[in-house]
Design a protein around this ligand. Sequence first.
Ligand code: G3P
Ligand code: MG
Length: 249
Amino acid sequence: MLTKLTRPYIFAHRGASAHAPENTLAAFELAFRQGAQAIEFDVKLTADRQVIIHHDRTLERTTNGSGPVAEHTLAELRALDAGGWFSEQSRGEKIPTLEEVFEALGGKIFMNVELTNYATPGDGLVDEVAQVVKRQRMEEGIMFSSFSAANLARARRLLPGVACGYLLDGGAPWRKRLEGSFIRMEAEHPWMEDATAAAVEKAHRRGRRMHVWTVNEAAEMRRLRSIGVDGIFTDDPPLGLDVFVNGHG
Ligand code: G3P
Ligand code: MG
């Protein structure tokens, strides 16, 4: 449950992605060892409808593969190297499945599962994710987020007990989009420049938490702490814990 997280807290964004290759087990396990209260990662479907963890629509930036993730089977994706782009030492890291992350870290650290089928809406991602969550009995240990309101509405229907956070792009229309949305949400996930004292107050008045992305600078962490933001997504858990959570520096 989201409410079990004691405020303020950090989500290690794509794991401890400043220190290990993003969205790999190595990055998630490192975030846990560093003391992050939660991790965030991005889920997508393979061509054979397995749920895996990967940020980009395509493979080039963070693996030695190429082309869209959605056009590869799980076996093909598992054969790729997802660590060598980051460092020599990380070579051999694999693209993880959702199941594998739940098995490795379920019950140890809270997880924000971002539903990221933005390029392939209507692929049934949320339904497949819900199956994995139920099978692994992870309802209490996760929340969902997405820039897609349709994804959150579907998640709400399939798993009504799992908290949802609506991700909002930066810029002026964000508050309008939020106000115009009919989804029930437990958290608002604005871009950092949209997180003002007034916005935090409004979210809290509505009984929602505010989680802000993606915050890697100490000065911004201090500002967000001072206006009462509940959580931040950061690539750098030790810095986030020191400055945002513990108020040092
Ligand atoms: O959940 C915060 C952040 O992860 C949203 O953007 O592109 O890093 O998934 P992105
Ligand atoms: Mg994300």
